[in-house]
Design a binder for this molecule. Structure first.
Ligand SMILES: [Zn+2]
Length: 264
């Protein structure tokens, strides 16, 4: 697949937008993703993907500009935002990656891990759950990204290599990173580093369980992760799964013995 859908984004937003972003320190006019020149340069299937996400979400994907040189997204049942760096996407695969995050939640009905009843998303544990959710999602999203953009592999090797070499690496993050190396990268240059982390931490059995759970579903993988570690078991009562199409969050602990399969 040629890397042709990467256009720079000009500065400036349309000042005539009537809607405003909530929760911002400054009142900003809303700009929508489908209004960006970047969007016009996307291939037809990606433009259709944007339309499909917006149709299921019942809202348009908004854009936030960011000075950080990487893309990101923010989503829940009230929010669908893609953050775009001022200089444009750092990689052609980045747009596809963020759209896959949104597709999984809004179209495929895959739940987002969050703290139960947490509407305000202000504290450390909320942020930690968001990060963990993103890391688990990458086990499912990045294989699709790499199938389309093979050149993105180098980026992920560097990124996960940095995680595995982090002296403060937590056990649960080591477990997910190791699974990423095996599931997404099929081993490769990080295979030894991942293996060393798992063996040094006595996580070989946990690694096998997590691998099987990830084969089953995101829900099973998430539950496995929290049940494996003492700190996770302590946090488990506060963890919920937020399904876009369901009116209520589902406590993660309640899916025990009755794995909830993602629809679609
Ligand atoms: Zn991501």
């Amino acid at each position: 697949m040629p890397d042709h859908d990467d256009n720079p984004i000009p500065d400036g937003v349309d000042p005539d937008r009537g809607l405003e972003m909530k929760g911002k320190e400054q009142t900003m006019p809303v700009q929508y993703f489908s209004e960006l020149p970047l969007f016009a340069g996307l291939s037809v299937d990606l433009r259709e993907l944007v339309g499909n996400i917006e149709h299921h979400a019942g809202r348009r994907i908004a854009v936030e500009r960011t000075e950080i040189g990487k893309m990101a997204c923010d989503f829940d049942r009230h929010v669908a935002v893609i953050q775009v760096p001022d200089a444009g996407p750092p990689r052609v695969s980045s747009v596809f990656h963020e759209l896959l995050h949104l597709k999984r939640y809004f179209v495929d009905g895959v739940p987002k891990l969050r703290r139960c009843g947490d509407e305000h998303r202000l504290d450390d544990e909320t942020t930690q759950f968001e990060c963990l959710d993103s890391q688990i999602e990458h086990l499912f999203i990045v294989p699709r990204e790499l199938a389309r953009y093979r050149n993105a592999r180098g980026y992920w090797e560097v990124r996960v290599g940095a995680v595995l070499n982090d002296p403060g690496l937590a056990d649960d993050v080591a477990l997910v990173a190791s699974e990423f190396v095996h599931r997404v990268l099929n081993g490769g240059v990080l295979s030894d580093a991942a293996q060393a982390q798992i063996q040094r931490r006595g996580l070989v059995d946990a690694c096998n369980r997590f691998h099987q759970a990830a084969d089953e579903s995101k829900e099973a993988a998430t539950l496995c992760l929290f049940e494996t570690f003492e700190l996770g078991r302590e946090k488990l009562p506060r963890v919920c799964l937020d399904y876009f199409a369901r009116p209520q969050e589902v406590p993660l602990a309640s899916i025990k013995g009755a794995p909830v399969r993602a629809r679609g």
